[in-house]
Design a protein around this ligand. Structure first.
Ligand SMILES: Nc1ncnc2c1ncn2[C@@H]1O[C@H](COP(=O)(O)OP(=O)(O)OP(=O)(O)O)[C@@H](O)[C@H]1O
Length: 308
């Protein structure tokens, strides 16, 4: 097996006494799509900044492509593509020129920059916007341009911090499609997200992080198998009846989770549990049976919902 492209051991970042990242360890294999899934404030961006060689660690070990980013910052950065949480495109420049200027930073000739920019505009489905002002692009287009820009230096690893936050569903799907394409081409992707569906779609493997620590690690499907049941029944009875109904439901399904607005029943067979609820004479206002997701894994591990 090829050696990992990223190795973190007991990686820690403290701000004064507060550990934003608290001793996390993980490895990323070449060509893998690896995710950090966790709620706001979990320490995902802080981890990404250390991996991206723009922030130094307080303790622990970190190796990126065999190099310590604390000692070889520029060399590490030259081999990475970075898509930050907030687009930081140059608003003064036209779409294509954003790519050209970025390529020049990396020492590409003007001709090389032009060729690469055209290839990446095609990839980002922005060819017909090449001469547009950045300001006139939609949010999804800006994101795609930021990704195109991050690829100008042919990075070996692409770091994406919350790539689709703030985008509408259609724009997210176009972006996911582009990231799938990169994955197929063998680019190593490391992404942070607080969207469980994004993590399930894009990540071969992920770590669930909360309060600076890793709570679990694995492929999305394996995590769901390990920490949840096959199905979940979501029933709403009205928040004033929740506690009372939950008492009566004790023993139904394998496990109950009582949230302020609904009750979750974890079960291998959701329809059977719904039938049981009906037999008990309980009439939910709404009910649905769905597949377990990473949201359920997070709830199980932390007792909290991913998006609060
Ligand atoms: N420069 C800083 N000084 C002090 N505290 C910080 C600093 N940067 C981050 N933190 C704190 O560290 C914790 C982790 O922040 P981080 O941005 O890494 O979280 P996150 O998981 O990426 O969430 P988000 O998606 O909201 O950025 C938070 O509690 C945050 O307030």
């Amino acid at each position: 097996m090829s050696p990992p492209v990223i190795t973190a051991k007991s990686l820690t970042k403290k701000y004064k006494e507060f550990a934003a990242v608290d001793g996390i360890s993980f490895e990323v294999a070449p060509g893998e799509s690896f995710g950090l899934l966790g709620p706001n404030g979990a320490g995902k961006s802080t981890t990404m900044r250390m991996v991206g060689a723009v922030s130094t660690r307080t303790s622990g070990d970190l190796s990126i492509l065999g190099l310590d980013p604390n000692e070889h910052g520029p060399e590490v950065r030259s081999q990475l593509g970075v898509v930050p949480q907030q687009d930081n495109l140059d608003m003064e420049l036209r779409v294509r020129d954003n790519l050209i200027v970025y390529g020049r930073y990396f020492g590409l000739s003007h001709a090389q920059c032009g060729r690469k920019a055209d290839e990446l505009l095609e990839f980002a489905q922005l060819t017909d916007r090449a001469k547009a002002k950045v300001d006139d692009l939609s949010g999804g287009m800006k994101r795609r341009l930021t990704i195109a820009r991050s690829l100008m230096n042919d990075p070996r690893i692409l770091l994406l911090d919350e790539p689709t936050t703030g985008l509408d569903p259609q724009a997210r799907h176009i972006l996911w499609d582009r990231l799938f394409r990169l994955k197929e081409q063998g680019t190593t992707l490391v992404l942070t997200t607080h969207y469980m569906d994004e993590a399930e779609q894009l990540c071969d493997r992920l770590v669930v992080v909360d309060k600076g620590r890793i709570m679990a690690e694995g492929a999305p499907a394996d995590l769901i198998k390990q920490y949840s049941t096959r199905e979940v029944v979501e029933v709403r009875f009205g928040s004033d009846r929740n506690a009372d109904v939950a008492r009566r439901l004790a023993g139904v399904g394998e496990r109950l989770e009582v949230l302020p607005d609904r009750i979750l029943i974890y079960s291998e067979d959701g329809d059977a549990e719904l039938a049981l609820i009906a037999e008990m004479g309980l009439e939910p206002i709404t009910s649905l049976v769905r597949r377990s997701s990473l949201e359920d894994v997070f709830l199980r591990l932390t007792g909290r919902s991913l998006i609060e």
